[in-house]
Design a protein around this ligand. Sequence first.
Ligand code: SF4
Ligand code: SF4
Ligand code: FES
Length: 246
Amino acid sequence: MAETNNHRKLRFHILRYNPAQPGDEPRIQTYELEEAPGMTLFIALTELREKLDPSLQFDFVCRAGICGSCGMMINGRPSLACRTVTKDLEADISLAPLPVFELIGDLSVNTGKWMRGMSETLETWVHMPETQRDLKRIEEAMDPALAEEIYELDRCIECGCCVSSCGTARMREDFVGAVGLNKIARFRLDPRDKRTDADFYELVGDDNGVFGCMSLLACHDVCPKNLPLQTQIAFLRRKMVTTGIS
Ligand code: SF4
Ligand code: SF4
Ligand code: FES
């Protein structure tokens, strides 16, 4: 018996703009595509590019929610396209690049450049005295509960969704965002990092750090890894306030 095909016709309204092409203007372009079972936005965009428009730009690497490269505005909300299934959306789907980051073209943005700048500003690596940097030395075992706590914060995939949802990040170019504050919380927990709260205060104790955050917690709501951003930002702010006045 022939299978009945009652898949929906999806309409993708995509913000197109290639800053590298002289004279190009931002515009919304609409494409139609038949929905397939289990279709994700990764599958849909790949099909659109293969069948309808080879010039469409977007980023994907892992297709499994772990590389962070496919963040985009999906119906106005920052999310991972590879983890979004079309059956959860209306037939009309709006796609736009993440704001705040440098636009490469269409849905592709340079989150790497922003993340690198933030990492350099916050020095997101373990700081230990020269004498302890002996690669032959056996590392001290870490308390498993503490290792678990650090691992929880280390699950950040630097997708940029939190930054794109953040009012402060849109107004303040050097704001380190929830991703940056989460990293400070992570290194602050790490006993190998010998930085003190006074050192961390130097890095995030201003309006580009914890005191620029408006605490409306859009970042917490959109983080695809469900990181405890709300708790971490509140905790860090309390710590930095006490460090600042002591
Ligand atoms: S904190 Fe969450 S939303 Fe922000 S970059 Fe990391 S994984 Fe993405
Ligand atoms: S809570 Fe702070 S970091 Fe999160 S979105 Fe709001 S201003 Fe940005
Ligand atoms: S492609 Fe890697 S997170 Fe989506």
